[in-house]
Write a protein that binds this ligand. Structure first.
Ligand SMILES: Cc1cc2nc3c(=O)[nH]c(=O)nc-3n(C[C@H](O)[C@H](O)[C@H](O)COP(=O)(O)OP(=O)(O)OC[C@H]3O[C@@H](n4cnc5c(N)ncnc54)[C@H](O)[C@@H]3O)c2cc1C
Length: 392
């Protein structure tokens, strides 16, 4: 996005690439580590921001260190993958994991006519997603010849005839010239933990709404840190780019004497699976129950354009509300058009702590090419209002 040189020249920031911090001396006010030639460095600070991000999880299982195995985190990782693809030696790929990075990689590899198999141990494709919506995503993958092996625990990767073979305990093995491990990430919080800072969910660094850690001179922001959920008010770890960027800016403001308290996150996320747009915001019904709500949910399908306008396709909407307070808790959407950015309407409603009834009364846009008179979100909200009244 921006080179180190631009930071140095335009912003006057002394960017030290190739420098790995190995220790934070919180009370002594210094970081120490190793530079590009393994030269030791020590840098004192009045205030410190930890923004170490997250790292892909690679299981410590047999064969996961084979040369065919890669992760997708850095630009260097993608260069490694591209070099392999350009060598023409890759005709079969196995992707371990079924999150958004796995699905985006499946699409990219299919575009190069490579055979792709996705594997994961659990039975559900996207466990957080409503089953009807997840079934649509699965159909989309399979219609593009991606083999979806749920219930496949990749316990071992072996070499077999000059290729890798990804093996499950039952004796099934899938041949692969390239194995992408995309089973999730973990926050890079070891330095913070060793410095005695308090950790939050999933081992992320616990911060307050002003991004302050448990040490008064140290802040943390981005994938390494936690945040407060705007619906549950609880600490959560949802590593995504906007909140990382916003938190970084907020820390800078804070250090420069302009204190900013962040509202928190709604967990709004979108991704593309071939021709499908997949979107979510807020809590799922299961997360709502765990957070102490009494959720009710509906799933509807409505056209992406007015009936009279050609070319419409279904948008599936799943809405979750709280029976006791009437509050809107979360939304999920899947569709070929109009799903990705539509999720921003319920996301704003979550920040505003709207009830489902209030959301059902919002004045959402209508014109035939963009949706029916009653937007799919309003159809879902009306049904949820009805359901919550019937059940109360
Ligand atoms: C393939 C992929 C696709 C993604 N797509 C999306 C998307 O569509 N939408 C979205 O919202 N998010 C997406 N994300 C997530 C998004 O990239 C992250 O949320 C965001 O980059 C987090 O920013 P960050 O600054 O906290 O961490 P990072 O960008 O990971 O930066 C952390 C930095 O800290 C450095 N560092 C770590 N440890 C040390 C140390 N000890 N000493 C010195 N430096 C250190 C690292 O080298 C790195 O430069 C995607 C991520 C991946 C991998």
């Amino acid at each position: 996005v921006r080179t180190a040189q631009v930071f140095r020249e335009k912003s006057g920031i002394n960017v030290l690439t190739g420098h790995r911090v190995e220790r934070i001396d919180a009370n002594g006010g210094a970081v120490t580590g190793l530079g590009p030639e393994a030269n030791a460095f020590a840098i004192p600070f009045d205030r410190l921001l930890i923004a170490t991000g997250a790292a892909p999880i690679v299981p410590t299982r047999s064969g996961y260190d084979r040369p065919e195995v890669v992760v997708v985190k850095t630009l260097e990782d993608t260069h490694t993958i591209k070099t392999r693809l350009h060598s023409g030696a890759v005709t079969k790929a196995v992707i371990i994991g079924m999150g958004y990075i796995a699905m985006e990689m499946a699409e990219a590899l299919r575009a190069r006519q490579i055979d792709v198999a996705l594997v994961k141990p659990r039975a559900e494709l996207l466990p957080w997603m409503d089953a009807e919506l997840a079934a649509t995503v699965r159909r989309e993958l399979e219609s593009h010849q991606v083999q979806v092996h749920t219930g496949f625990d990749a316990v071992r990767i072996e070499g077999q005839g000059g290729r890798a073979a990804v093996c499950d305990p039952g004796g099934t093995s899938l041949p692969a010239d390239l194995v992408i491990v995309a089973v999730g990430i973990a926050p890079n919080s070891a330095l913070a933990a060793e410095a005695g800072l308090t950790l939050g969910p999933a081992g992320s660094i616990a911060v307050d709404p002003r991004l302050r850690t448990s040490h008064p001179a140290i802040y943390a922001a981005g994938d390494c840190a936690d945040a407060f959920h705007v619906v549950s008010g609880q600490r959560v770890w949802i590593p995504l780019a906007l909140r990382a960027n916003r938190a970084g800016w907020a820390v800078a403001d804070h250090i420069c004497g302009k204190p900013v308290a962040l509202q928190g996150v709604a967990g709004t996320a979108v991704f593309k699976v071939f021709d499908l747009q997949v979107a979510r915001t807020g809590l799922t019904a299961a997360e709502a129950t765990r957070a102490g709500f009494t959720p009710a949910a509906v799933t509807i399908s409505a056209p992406s354009r007015a009936h009279s306008y050609p070319g419409g396709t279904p948008i599936q909407v799943h809405l979750v509300g709280d029976r006791r307070s009437g509050r809107l808790l979360g939304a999920q959407m899947v569709g070929r058009e109009g799903a990705a950015h539509r999720i921003n309407a319920p996301a704003v409603a979550l920040h505003a702590a709207m009830t489902v009834e209030q959301f059902s009364q919002t004045d959402l846009a209508y014109a035939p090419p963009f949706g029916p008179t009653w937007d799919p979100l309003l159809v879902a909200a009306n049904q949820l209002v009805k359901k919550m009244k019937e059940e109360s």
